[in-house]
Design a protein around this ligand. Structure first.
Ligand code: OAD
Length: 248
């Protein structure tokens, strides 16, 4: 994408903003090799049924299957590296500590790139919870087959992620709303803007007259509303944007 494709007024707004919120989705990790969910050929939901893998009912029906699927994703994300988009956000935050990343991703790649204070709306693959008590469990053994059991109460352990039909962690939602409520600029990067409540966050900013930038190779429901909608891969556009800012 030629440099001129980032509009000058956007560069001005981004250079001036002290409080920036960057809402990210699966697309920001695509170039690290983590599949998205809804891309037609390569998305996880094109190959797997979320109702069989990412709901409390699915876990109740077949904890071993659900555990194995998340184990595969955990191992996959452990093998990949943060990409130029994750690193660009870290560079931007180091110059503008008021920048807050709010992510729907559970892959931990923002943190591994060095971004601080990441708000995880959908939990994290790196956490494991007791399915009965919901407490975090640090020490557990991976069984050859099936889901592991809680060392305290014997219930199955589950991944510390949010499944369809479950509420988001209250603290994360509150932190995201607070950040968006005081933001001067909001970016929506690599998300299909279809899953609530994350999808409504940019709208909150627009209602306050705060500019919203979308970075995505494809059109989404947010595109017509966004102040700027940049068609491109996050790992290409974000470094270009951040490197063009004269961040004093
Ligand atoms: P989706 O798979 O719904 O959307 C990924 C978006 O990334 C699409 O709009 C793509 O066009 C875009 N994309 C693909 N490659 C990209 C790239 N290189 N750079 C930038 N964008 C790119 O993923 P999410 O919006 O994150 O929830 O999905 C939201 C939630 O739905 C997920 O957290 C997950 C899923 O079901 C749960 O599992 C609860």
């Amino acid at each position: 994408m030629p440099e001129g494709k980032i509009p000058a007024p956007l560069l001005d707004a981004a250079a001036e903003a002290r409080r920036v919120v960057v809402l990210t989705g699966a697309g920001i990790s695509a170039e690290s090799g983590v599949p998205t969910f809804r891309d037609a050929q390569t998305g996880l939901w094109a190959r797997y049924d979320p109702q069989q893998l990412a709901t409390p009912e699915a876990f109740e029906r077949d904890p071993g299957l659900v555990w194995a699927w998340y184990r595969w994703r955990r191992e996959l994300t452990a093998r990949v590296e943060p990409n130029a988009a994750h690193h660009a956000l870290t560079r931007w935050q180091r110059r503008r500590p008021g920048l807050c990343v709010v992510t729907q991703n559970v892959d931990g790649l923002h943190q591994r790139a060095g971004t601080e204070g990441v708000v995880e709306l959908h939990g994290s693959l790196s956490r494991t919870l007791c399915s009965a008590e919901r407490c975090m469990v640090e020490d557990w053994a991976e069984p050859d087959d099936g889901a592991p059991r809680c060392p305290c109460c014997g219930a199955y352990l589950r991944p510390g992620v949010v499944w369809f039909g479950e509420s988001l962690p209250e603290q994360a939602v509150a932190a995201a709303l607070q950040a968006v409520g005081s933001a001067e600029l909001v970016l929506s990067v690599g998300t299909s803007s279809l899953v609530q409540p994350a999808a409504s966050l940019p709208g909150e900013a627009l209602r306050r007259g705060v500019p919203v930038v979308e970075i995505n190779p494809a059109e989404t429901p947010l595109s017509p509303e966004a102040s700027w909608s940049i068609r491109g891969a996050a790992a290409e556009v974000l470094p270009m944007l951040v490197d063009s800012l004269n961040l004093g």
